[in-house]
Design a protein around this ligand. Structure first.
Ligand code: GDP
Ligand code: MG
Length: 171
C-alpha cells in the first residue's frame, strides 16, 4: 500500500464543546467523560483511508488560547476541525470568527476544513438547528457533520476526520 506524508490536523472550538472527547473517540473508539479542559495534546495516528495508509498528527487545542497561540496553531496545521456544541449557541457563534482568523493566517489558499456540531445525543437541549450548521458549512464551503462523541452513531466522528484528511490531500 502506498504511504503518504503526515497530515497535520488541529481541532478548534470553544472550551467544553467536546474536542478532547472527539479526538479520544476517534483514536480509541471509546468515550472518556472527563478530560482535563486546560490540557493541550498532540497525538499520532494512522488510518486506512481509501486504501492508503495516512499518518496524521492531531493537535487537540484547549480552546482558551490567546490570539497569538491560536495563530501559531493555525500556521502549524494543514487541516482543521472546527467544533461547536449543538446545546451551546455561543460556541456556534465562535465558529465564524475562527474561520476568519484561519483564512487570514493561511492566506491566500482556501483552508481544508470540516465543521462538526457535537453532542447530538443531547437533542432535548439543542440550541442550534441542523439546518443552521448546514448553512454555515455551505457558506464556508466545507463538509458538515453532526455527531456525538459519546454515542457516535454510524462512526460519524471517524468519517469527519477521514474527510478532512482527504480534503488536505486534495490540495
Ligand atoms: P473540550 O474542552 O472541547 O476538549 O471538551 P471535552 O472533551 O473536555 O468535553 C467537555 C464536556 O462535554 C465533558 O464533560 C464531556 O464529557 C462532555 N461531552 C463531550 N462530548 C460529548 C457528547 O458528544 N455528548 C455529551 N452528552 N457530552 C459530551
Ligand atoms: Mg479539551
Amino acid at each position: 500500500m502506498a504511504k503518504s506524508p503526515e497530515v497535520k490536523l488541529a481541532v478548534f472550538g470553544r472550551a467544553g464543546v467536546g474536542k478532547s472527547a472527539l479526538v479520544v473517540r476517534f483514536l480509541t473508539r471509546r468515550f472518556i467523560w472527563e478530560y482535563d479542559p486546560t490540557l493541550e495534546s498532540t497525538y499520532r495516528h494512522q488510518a486506512n483511508i481509501d486504501d492508503e495508509v495516512v499518518a496524521m498528527e492531531i493537535l487537540d487545542t484547549a480552546g482558551q488560547e490567546d490570539i497569538q497561540q491560536k495563530e501559531s496553531h493555525m500556521r502549524w496545521g494543514d487541516g482543521f476541525v472546527i467544533v461547536y456544541d449543538i446545546t451551546d449557541r455561543g460556541s456556534f457563534e465562535e465558529v465564524a470568527p475562527l474561520r476568519s482568523l484561519l483564512e487570514e493566517v493561511k492566506r491566500p489558499k482556501n483552508v481544508p476544513l470540516v465543521l462538526v456540531g457535537n453532542k447530538s445525543d443531547l437533542d432535548h437541549a439543542r440550541q442550534v438547528g441542523t439546518e443552521e450548521g448546514e448553512r454555515l458549512a455551505a457558506e464556508m464551503a466545507c463538509a458538515f457533520y453532526e455527531c456525538s462523541a459519546c454515542a457516535n452513531e454510524g462512526g460519524t466522528v471517524a468519517e469527519a476526520f477521514h474527510e478532512l484528511c482527504r480534503e488536505v490531500r486534495r490540495r
